[in-house]
Design a protein around this ligand. Sequence first.
Ligand SMILES: Nc1ncnc2c1ncn2[C@@H]1O[C@H](COP(=O)(O)OP(=O)(O)OP(=O)(O)O)[C@@H](O)[C@H]1O
Ligand SMILES: [Mg+2]
Length: 529
Amino acid sequence: MAYVSLDSDQIKKANKKHKYTKTQVEQLEKCMDIKDGPLFFMKTFMKIQHPVKGSIPFKPFPYQERLIASYNDHRFSIAMLPRQTGKTTCASGFLIWYAMFRPDSQILIAAHKYAGASDIMSRVRYAYEMLPSWIKAGVTQYNRNSIEFDNGSKISATTTTENTGRGMSLTLVYCDEFAFVQPPEKAKEFWTSLSPTLSTGGKCMITSTPNSDEDQFALIWKEANKRFDEYGNDKEVGTNGFYAMKAHWSEHPDRDQDWADAEKARIGDERFRREHECEFLIYDETLISSTHLIDMEPQEPIEKTGQVRWYKRPTPGMTYLVSLDPAMGTGGDYAAIQVFELPTFEQVGEWHHNTTPMNQQVRILQSITKHLHDTIMEKDTTATPQIFYSMENNSIGEAALLRVMDIGEEHIQGMFLSEPIRKGHRRKFRRGFNTTAKHKIDACTKFKELVENNKMKINSQLLISELKDFVASGMSFSAKAGQHDDLVSSCLLMTRMIKTLADFDPKIFEKWTDRTSELAPMPIYGSFS
Ligand SMILES: Nc1ncnc2c1ncn2[C@@H]1O[C@H](COP(=O)(O)OP(=O)(O)OP(=O)(O)O)[C@@H](O)[C@H]1O
Ligand SMILES: [Mg+2]
């Protein structure tokens, strides 16, 4: 787009006098309307550059009207839309309206790249230049990355950095492609430095196509969707005060199933899901489907005993399972313990550590079963606590079994649960659970089903994080390079323990076998039991 100087006819000089017709006065009044002004202004006067048709009047699609309303009706708004749906177009029109009809507005456009900032600014300029002269506000400065109006408003565009907006007194901040600010820490710091501005009355609009599910955009989005108060009433905005707006690719009038099929073939399924279905990206094929991982909400521990995190108080009448995945304790792999409640299938406690020696790992298991026992007995002295514990008995596990013997099973509350001996197997009975490749994939399959059907409730933030890095590798699953999967492994052992108990307890069996909804496909083939 050719750059236009302040002397051009397309720019109205500052403080120029103009005689308005009656219709123009009426239209100006409509534009000034705080509620319906922006949409009226954009529908009536704005022109856009269409890639094929050239300069055309802007006729917003219905979802774009919703987007413009979300900008205008809420002090804070966050919009997640597919690629090429007019996010930048709508924002440019809205910002021009805001600058012209709300005098003394200090507007900052923050884009993820320099090119992005220039692109938005050139759209803003284009929108301005194509307006009928009589409606234009006069301009005092007209630069590549900023425009100043004679009504005291200013629009400037910049790249998002840690310091963008810091100390500036801003009326409105617009963040475009916010999920793509790199590195993600930059977006985080930018957000922190912006918060004084926002808390003192500034308005904020964010748009993006989603990227990773842990960046600043994802965090704001998730908070914006927590809209229910403690009484279960739906509030319009989320806990962070943001209004969340979303549109689907099929709302775009030019996009139908044929378009989607062609686009999918062009960019691949994964990219289509992120860029058009607006699913947050978890790069690899995770065991638990990425859409489910996004929705999993961690809970704060209600108490800690040593390094054990507790999420729920043990209750008489419930059954408790404790699984230990032992490790050397020499600073490499972590040893981990999970505590689950049945028949609720809820995670009630968790522990992991990488420098705790083997005998201490078993001591911690012992202290956990004692805590369960004592808390239940405190609540009901007549209770018979149902506690089962177990551990892997592969290689390192042998050493853990010896530690159990040193301590003496009679000194550990609860029952040591072992995998049943299968008919026809000659193998000598061993305590605990032996993990073969087949056992692991079976446990993965069942664990996935329990979690995705919301039958198993996971509370730990650390476990949810590990699940995001627990990905298909070859014919099995493991942590991505450099990540850990000890908490997941102890959950897989937990799953096998539940299966063993389900054979004895009808209530557990019922929940174990009941499939309420369709299971998302396994990213690799596993045997389904
Ligand atoms: N209502 C509309 N009618 C016709 N064309 C439109 C409309 N809205 C946007 N466009 C055109 O669609 C194209 C994409 O718009 P825009 O760049 O604003 O989308 P975007 O969502 O910001 O895209 P990206 O994801 O690439 O940043 C542009 O050429 C724009 O002119
Ligand atoms: Mg854009």
